[in-house]
Each structure stands twice: as C-alpha cells, then as structure tokens.
Write a protein that binds this ligand. Structure first.
Ligand code: HEM
Ligand SMILES: *[C@@H]1O[C@H](CO)[C@@H](O)[C@H](O)[C@H]1NC(C)=O
Ligand SMILES: *[C@@H]1O[C@H](CO)[C@@H](O)[C@H](O)[C@H]1NC(C)=O
Ligand SMILES: *[C@@H]1O[C@H](CO)[C@@H](O)[C@H](O)[C@H]1NC(C)=O
Ligand SMILES: *[C@@H]1O[C@H](CO)[C@@H](O)[C@H](O)[C@H]1NC(C)=O
Length: 372
C-alpha cells in the first residue's frame, strides 16, 4: 500500500506504520481501509449521556483537577473549551477522548445544555474522529508521509469539515496555522474589549469582533470560506466565552481579560472558577448576527471578492445545515462503508440526530447508509 511503501526504509517500521487509534478514517480508499481496519480495536460507541440533574453553579477548578503544563506529545487544538478540559484533567491530558467523555465534561464543567453538547460532539466526531476506536483528537491531524494530496486524517485541526475561518484568536488555515493561540489576534480581541466593552468581553464586543474577523478574512484570505457549517459555528463560538467562561457566581455576561487570556492562551480556568449557574447554549447568537447580518459566502480565489453562496444553509434553514453535513460532508468522506464501519457510522448518525431533535428545529432524519 502506497502510504506504507513510501516511508523511508530506515524508519522504525513498527512505530511509524501503526495507524494512530485516534486518527480519522475519513477519506481513505477501500484498499487503505482494508489494511488499516484489522489493526484497530473496535469499541462499540456508548450511548450519549443525559442531562445533569443538578445544574447549579459550583467550583470546577478544584483540587482534583489542577491545571498542568503540557507534556511532550499532549495534543491541544483550536477550541479553548476542550483545551481547558484536557489541561485540567477532566479529559485525558493527552487530548484524545471519547465523545461520551467530551459530553460528560462539557456538561459537568461548563454546564452546556445536553442537546447542544450531543449535537456538537457527534458533528465533530463524525468528521474528525475515529469511528472504530471511538476516539477523537481535540487537535492535530496526523501527518501521513508522502501523500499528495494528503487525506483527511482527523483531529479538530482538520480544516473545512468542522474547523473554519475567521476565528477570534486563531488564524485562517490559509495562513498556515489554524489552531494555535495567535498573540496578534488576541491583541485585537483586547482592543475590541476596550473599545466596546469597557475592558470586558460582552455581547456588544462579540458582535463587533465577529464582523471585524469576517472583514479581516475578506480583505486578506483569497480562500476565505464562510458557509455552513462554519457559518454557524463562527457565530456560536462568539457567544461561548460569554455563556461558558464567565464565573457562575457573577453571571453578568461580562468576561474579564485575565479569564479570557487564561482560557484562550493557556487552556486554563481562572482560580476558583465556578461553572455557570444553570445550563447554557447559544444564547445571544441572534444579537451578534443581527448587529451585522452577513450572509453565507466566501472569497473566490482573490481577496475582496466575497460572493454569496445561496446553496449554503443560513439562520433561516437550520435543517439544511444538518442535511448537508450528513448527505454531502459525511457521505463524501465515507462514500461506501461496509461492516463495522457502516454500523459505527449509523450509530453515530443516530446520536447526532438525537442531539438535533433536542434543539427543536423540527428537522427530519436522513439516512445515507440505510436504516439498520
Ligand atoms: C462548553 C463547551 C465549549 C466551549 C466553551 C467552547 C468554546 C469555543 C470557543 C470560544 C471557540 C472560538 C475560538 C476562537 O474563535 O478563537 C471554539 C472553537 C472551536 N471549538 Fe469549541 N467550545 C466548546 C465545545 C466544543 C465541542 C464539544 C467541540 C467539538 C467536539 C468544539 C470544537 C471546537 C472547534 C473545532 C473550534 C475551532 C473553530 C474554528 O476555529 O474554526 N468545541 N470553541
Ligand atoms: C497571527 O496573526 C497575524 C494577523 O493575522 C498574522 O499576521 C501573523 O502571521 C500570525 N502569527 C502567527 C505566529 O501565525
Ligand atoms: C458591554 O459593555 C459596554 C461598556 O460597559 C456597555 O456599554 C454595553 O452595554 C455592554 N453590552 C452588554 C450586552 O452587556
Ligand atoms: C443560582 O440561581 C439560583 C436561582 O435560579 C439561585 O437561587 C442561586 O443562589 C444561584 N447560585 C449562585 C451561586 O449564584
Ligand atoms: C439528503 O438525502 C435524503 C435521502 O437520503 C434526501 O431525502 C434529502 O432531500 C437530502 N437533502 C439534501 C439537502 O440533500
């Protein structure tokens, strides 16, 4: 098989050729799947957890979950929420987790509402995770030597299936690093807090900075893409710091800069951090959108060429987001699955739909691989 044969002959074969248990199988050919699948241990996906019984505010930066610096090999990625969960040992500190671990901890630590937690987690896992081992890397994709073009091998850093452009503190993939904290972008974040939030990040700042990051990308990134699903996650992620990173004893929707820097740069919760008081979801997203209602689109190969894409889902067609993710993205990554892989796809697609149903948009389930 090409991927194995191109490795240098002197490489430590056993170490280098093992397909990582957390790398996604998306986009691999049938021949590649035939040689990789037998090397992976199948783990039947566990059912998604239900809602928390007690959602009151409580100390979550506690003695049992101290922040620790990264060890060599630990994976972090573009999401400051998941990064913090790993750096406090709520998720495995190496940054590789199961969907159930992710749902449990984003509920326990950030009080994310159950349906949104389920929907987001399976949306990411289906495109970036390993559906056979049931593991997802919260960051890097695994480099496969010698392939051109490289296949999508998963991890949340993977561009364009979940991760996307115009993040607040991470650069666009086009510029070479879509996942590390970028100090220049954080300076802009601070500047916007000072100009629009009296030094704090609140919904007024969120609306202005979201628009600014879109304008930045239009003006500098010839390949800027701002269509579904990124279109939705960009607006959602603009309100997450307000909904999830503000201490639950304050609950005032104003995030101070030290707390923001801790999460964004260091994957660290503030000292004595209390989770929000009651569950949170995407509250405030309409306010952010309506302040500057940009429609889905992208640049078309040169800067300042933003062109609307009427085929993209938008805020009035949320079910189309779901159908496109399933019919186009996931089906495109896995055109022809069989056996355990098809079974795992269907199970995870059912979980995704379970989350979507709970969000109450009245969407109908689609079945790209049949219904058994
Ligand atoms: C309560 C839980 C969560 C919080 C507080 C949170 C917070 C955030 C925030 C604030 C960003 C924006 C970063 C920026 O613009 O600089 C972000 C990005 C991201 N989050 Fe999360 N997130 C949460 C859950 C999740 C889950 C469950 C997943 C997937 C399993 C996820 C995956 C991502 C990814 C891939 C990005 C990068 C988006 C991009 O740059 O294109 N997050 N998250
Ligand atoms: C951070 O972002 C700025 C502004 O987009 C960019 O010019 C710079 O190259 C980025 N820095 C790194 C280290 O990627
Ligand atoms: C954000 O902070 C600024 C400055 O204090 C204030 O004028 C604005 O009303 C705040 N916005 C929200 C939504 O709290
Ligand atoms: C959480 O909210 C409840 C009312 O919904 C209130 O009784 C309680 O004091 C709040 N807890 C904190 C820590 O603010
Ligand atoms: C998705 O596929 C289903 C059939 O599996 C079809 O009924 C539905 O119209 C498709 N939706 C989109 C948006 O392609």
């Amino acid at each position: 098989m090409k991927y194995f044969s191109l490795l240098p002959a002197f490489a430590c074969v056993a170490r280098v050729t093992a397909f990582p248990s957390y790398a996604s199988l998306a986009g691999l050919s049938n021949r590649e799947l035939e040689s990789i699948l037998p090397t992976l241990e199948y783990r039947k996906p566990a059912l998604p957890p239900g809602p928390l019984k007690d959602t009151s505010a409580k100390l979550v930066n506690d003695k049992a979950h101290p922040w620790k610096p990264l060890r060599r090999g630990d994976i972090r990625g573009p999401c400051p929420g998941l990064n913090a969960l790993a750096s406090h040992g709520y998720l495995p500190r190496n940054g590789i987790a199961t969907p159930v671990q992710i749902i449990n901890t984003i509920q326990e630590v950030f009080n994310m509402e159950n349906s949104l937690a389920i929907f987001l987690t399976y949306a990411a896992h289906l495109v970036d995770g390993n559906l056979i081992t049931d593991l997802l890397s919260i960051g890097r994709k695994t480099p496969l030597t010698g392939r051109d073009p490289p296949p999508i091998v998963g991890g949340l850093n993977t561009h364009a299936v979940f991760e996307g452009d115009a993040s607040m503190t991470r650069g666009d993939d086009f510029f070479g690093n879509n996942h590390n904290f970028n100090a220049t972008l954080f300076d802009q974040f601070v500047d916007f807090n000072n100009r629009f939030g009296g030094g704090k990040y609140n919904l007024t700042v969120a609306a202005e900075l979201r628009f600014k990051r879109i304008q930045d990308s239009i003006a500098t990134n010839p390949r800027f893409s701002f269509v579904s699903p990124r279109y939705f996650t960009a607006y959602a992620e603009s309100v997450f710091p307000i909904n999830f990173f503000v201490d639950g004893r304050r609950n005032d929707g104003q995030l101070d800069m030290d707390a923001a820097q801790g999460f964004f740069q260091f994957s660290r919760m503030p000292k004595d951090f209390f989770r929000p008081n009651g569950t949170r979801s995407t509250e405030g997203i309409n306010q952010v959108f309506l302040a500057h209602p940009v429609q889905p689109g992208g640049n078309v190969g040169k800067v300042n060429s933003y062109t609307l894409d009427p085929t993209s889902a938008d805020f009035s067609t949320f079910c189309l987001l779901y159908e496109n993710v399933v019919n186009k993205t996931i089906k495109g990554l896995y055109p022809n699955p069989t056996g355990k892989l098809r079974q795992a796809l269907n199970t995870n697609l059912n979980f995704l739909f379970q989350g979507l149903e709970g969000l109450n948009f009245g969407c109908e389930q689609v079945f790209p691989y049949g219904q058994d």
